[in-house]
Design a protein around this ligand. Structure first.
Ligand SMILES: [Zn+2]
Length: 149
C-alpha cells in the first residue's frame, strides 16, 4: 500500500518519549496500523499533512485505563488528497484549535495531547485511514505509515 501523502511527526520531536506501534491491546483488527506517540499532557499536536478538517470533538473531560472510557476520547480527523484521512485521539479537554471544514497545513498546531478516552498514559493516538463505508466509528481501515517524513 503506497500512501498518497507524506505524513510528518504530529508532535514536536523534543516532546516525544517514544513511538509504540503495537504495544496497545486496542491496536488490533482495523486499528492494527495505529501508532501511539508517547508525550506529556499539553504537548502540541500538529496536522501531519495538508488537508481539510472534517471532525472535531474536544468536549470530553473524561478518560483513563478502562475500556468504559472508549467513547470519551477527544479527537480530530483531517481529510487529505487521495481519500486518506488522519485521526488524532485522546486530546485534552477544549484544546482544539481548528473547526470542521477548515483547511489545515502540515505542521499546523491543531490541539494538545491529553488523557481523554481509553488510555493508560498520556499519548497521542495517530492513525491514517480510509473509509470503507459511511460510519466514522465503524467503517474504516488503517494504513501503515512506515516512517514520518
Ligand atoms: Zn492508540
Amino acid at each position: 500500500m503506497i500512501l498518497s501523502n507524506k505524513y510528518i511527526l504530529p508532535v514536536p520531536a523534543a516532546s516525544l518519549e517514544r513511538i509504540d506501534r503495537s504495544s496497545s491491546p486496542a491496536h488490533t483488527g482495523k486499528l492494527r496500523n495505529a501508532i501511539d506517540l508517547i508525550a506529556p499532557v499539553g504537548t502540541p499536536v500538529f496536522a501531519a499533512a495538508d488537508g481539510v478538517v472534517r471532525f472535531v470533538n474536544d468536549e470530553s473531560n473524561t478518560g483513563g485505563p478502562s475500556i468504559e472510557y472508549w467513547n470519551d476520547t477527544n479527537f480530530i480527523v483531517i481529510e487529505h488528497p487521495g481519500g486518506e484521512y488522519s485521526r488524532y485521539d485522546h486530546l485534552e479537554f477544549k484544546s482544539a484549535q481548528v473547526k470542521p471544514n477548515q483547511p489545515a497545513k502540515s505542521g499546523q498546531s491543531i490541539g494538545r495531547v491529553g488523557m481523554t478516552g481509553f488510555t493508560y498514559l498520556p499519548h497521542l493516538h495517530f492513525q491514517v485511514f480510509v473509509f470503507t463505508g459511511p460510519n466514522l466509528l465503524m467503517d474504516f481501515d488503517t494504513l501503515p505509515v512506515p516512517d514520518f517524513a
